[in-house]
Structures are given as C-alpha cells and as structure tokens.
Ligand binder design. Structure first.
Ligand SMILES: [Zn+2]
Length: 371
C-alpha cells in the first residue's frame, strides 16, 4: 500500500461510494494508476464494488467503489487522569465494544495503568472473536513528542517523558501511536463527527483540568511538532490562585473539576451534571465570565469556524451555550461574529476513546503507508 491507496480510502471515507470516474476526478490520479490502486484495494478486501445510488436516468446504474468498514478494526484508548476508556471500532470509527476503569493517580504506576488497559483490550478483543486490529491510538493527557511515541509532560498525572507507545506495544503486541487527548477528540469530530468539512475546529474539554485541541484543515495543530493549545493556562488574573502549572491566575486555576466540586459542596467522583449543579450557585456567573473572557481570546487568535465543548462543558445546561452565544460576538472581530458556532461534543463520554481511534485510523489505515 502507498499514499495513493490512502488518498482513495480517504475519499471513500468522506464522500461515500463513488464511481471510478468520480474517484479519478477527486484524486487526480491517472486512469492507469487508479485502476492499479483500486485493484489492490479490492484484493485486500478494504473496498468492494457496488451499484451507484444516483444514476443519470439512462440505462443501468453504474458500478461504484465503496469502503468495507468491517475489513479491519482498530483500538482507541483514552488515558485520562484517573479514568481509562477503551474502544474497538471499525474503519469508520463505529464502536464495536467499549470498556472503562478508574485508577488512583497518586497510587498507580504508569506501567500498571498500561498493563490493565492492555488486559481490558485483550478481553474486549476476545469477546468480539479476535478481530484483526491494525493498531492502537492512545489519547494522553498532555503534549507528545514529534514522533508521537512519548508523552512529554502531564501536569494532572505527574507523568513526564514517558515512552507510552513502547509500553503499549510491549503489552498489547500491536503498533501504537500517541496524541494529546483533546487534539484527538477534535480530530475524531473532524473525521467522523460534527466537525466534518469544517476547516477550523477548536475543542475545549473540562474534566480534571481544562484542555483544548485545534484541528486546522484536517490536521491537528501541533506547533513545533509537539505543542498544544493551552487555553486552560491563559492567565486571566495576575494575582489569582496558584495553578497546577506553577503560574497564578490561569483559567484552569478557576475552572477545574476540584474547584467546581467544592463550589457545589460535593466530594469524590464528579457527577455528569456538575455544571447543572453549579448553575444554582453563586459560582456560576464568574465561571461563565471567565470562560467567555478566555474563549474570546482564543477566537481572536485562532479564528475557529466551530467550537466544540466536551467533558463537563459538553454536559452543561443550555444556559451556558446561550451565554456564550450572546456575549462572545461583541468580543471578537466582526468577521467572526456571524460564523461563530458552538456545539456539544458529538461523541459525549466516548470522546477520548474515539479520539484515540481517529488517531489510529489516520496513522495505520488512511495514510495508506503502514498496512
Ligand atoms: Zn496554569
């Protein structure tokens, strides 16, 4: 397989079944190359022939090529701070099996987390009848190095320079690739969710901390090959609380799970409706204002076409969205005011695992170079 194979697979993923003529127009490949590439993909069983659904009305329907989503499967794993989610999906990120488990960040070694995730994946695979997996995509809680093999630093877990891809490959026997967790979630929405065909997607995720991920023209924005969009560490007050990053007054020092749990008088595991509970407290108005301030900065800097809210923000009451849509437009440049869209995550609680899946599919299938 090669990049031309990946190109055809991406066109079929995004555009559905197509005639060879349509594939030739979209790919700009020569007739000879396209014939060669589609023949190889047909032999590999990843595409199949079918009748085109739309005809010119003259004669019989023509033959089309379609993707075969069940030809292979991949695994996605979200390593969150204290929570691991695992999913096995088909080639269009359709979930076949999912599982999750909690762990204590303070009391669990990373090696034990990886071992438990690998055991859980092995169980899911067995329950599905041992499908062939192309690889594992791991969504991790921090920026990763340029070759996507190590997590560089994760403030909320205390992990740094950890070769997680090697660790997963050793425990699962499958090729592994890493991506920043919120970048993975943004990528999943762009490839398979509500961000399809959208040039700029900013994903904002609130769980233990407040993270963000940006996908521009279909590619995760990773400045320097490793950077991340650290919306949570925009400083909104120079004399604010000490942040987990060491600075004072970052957005995350005001808007994080522990602070919001205290504001609603709860301890232990955060409920899904944390922000609904917060809405009834006096902490609600300042939280809305801080989110609005920070998002206004992000919009002016990054000009996203779509902002997707996930985690606790994705489960927030409608009043959060109403507030943002009312108060953000006057704060951003005029050309952004009419195009601003803010939506809830389409994958909900599965966002992180499907994020890992999207990374694995890009890396091990739709690139066409690693099959
Ligand atoms: Zn900070």
């Amino acid at each position: 397989m090669g990049v031309h194979h990946g190109q055809i697979l991406c066109i079929l993923r995004d555009g559905g079944p197509q005639s060879r003529a349509s594939l030739a127009r979209s790919s700009k490949l020569s007739a000879t190359t396209l014939t060669h590439v589609t023949a190889q993909l047909l032999r590999a069983g990843v595409v199949a022939e079918c009748d085109v659904t739309e005809t010119t009305g003259i004669g019989r329907p023509g033959q089309a090529i379609r993707l075969v989503p069940d030809a292979f499967h991949v695994a996605g794993i979200h390593l969150g701070a204290g929570l691991v989610q695992i999913a096995i999906t088909d080639l269009k990120a359709g979930a076949k099996s999912i599982a999750s488990f909690d762990f204590s960040v303070r009391e669990t070694e990373p090696d034990d987390v990886v071992s438990r995730a690998a055991e859980t994946l092995s169980r899911l695979r067995s329950e599905l009848g041992e499908p062939r997996l192309l690889g594992v995509g791991v969504a991790v809680p921090g920026p990763v190095n340029a070759d996507q093999r190590s997590i560089l630093v994760s403030i909320n877990t205390g992990w740094s320079n950890l070769p997680l891809a090697d660790m997963f490959e050793e425990k699962t026997g499958l090729p592994a690739v890493l991506e920043h967790n919120v970048s993975s979630m943004a990528l999943a929405e762009v490839r398979y969710g509500i961000g399809r065909q959208v040039p700029g997607v900013l994903y904002v995720y609130l769980r233990t901390g407040l993270g963000a991920g940006l996908v521009v023209d279909g590619m995760p924005f990773r400045p320097g090959g490793h950077g991340a969009v650290e919306l949570g560490h925009i400083q909104i007050s120079t004399d604010g609380p000490l942040c987990s990053c060491g600075n004072h007054g970052c957005l995350e020092s005001y808007v994080n799970e522990a602070v919001l749990m205290r504001a609603v008088g709860l301890k232990g595991q955060a409920p899904d409706n944390l922000l609904k509970r917060l809405e009834a407290t006096e902490a609600w108005a300042p939280t809305l204002d801080r989110l609005t301030d920070s998002l206004a900065i992000a919009i002016n800097l990054l000009a996203p076409d779509l902002i997707i809210l996930g985690g606790h923000l994705g489960e927030a009451p409608d009043s959060l969205f109403d507030h943002l849509l009312r108060n953000l437009p006057p704060r951003v440049m005029p050309h952004m005011r009419d195009v601003l869209r803010i939506e809830r995550s389409g994958f909900g609680p599965l966002s992180g695992a499907i994020g890992g899946v999207a990374v694995a599919l890009d890396h091990f299938f739709y690139s066409g170079v690693r099959q």
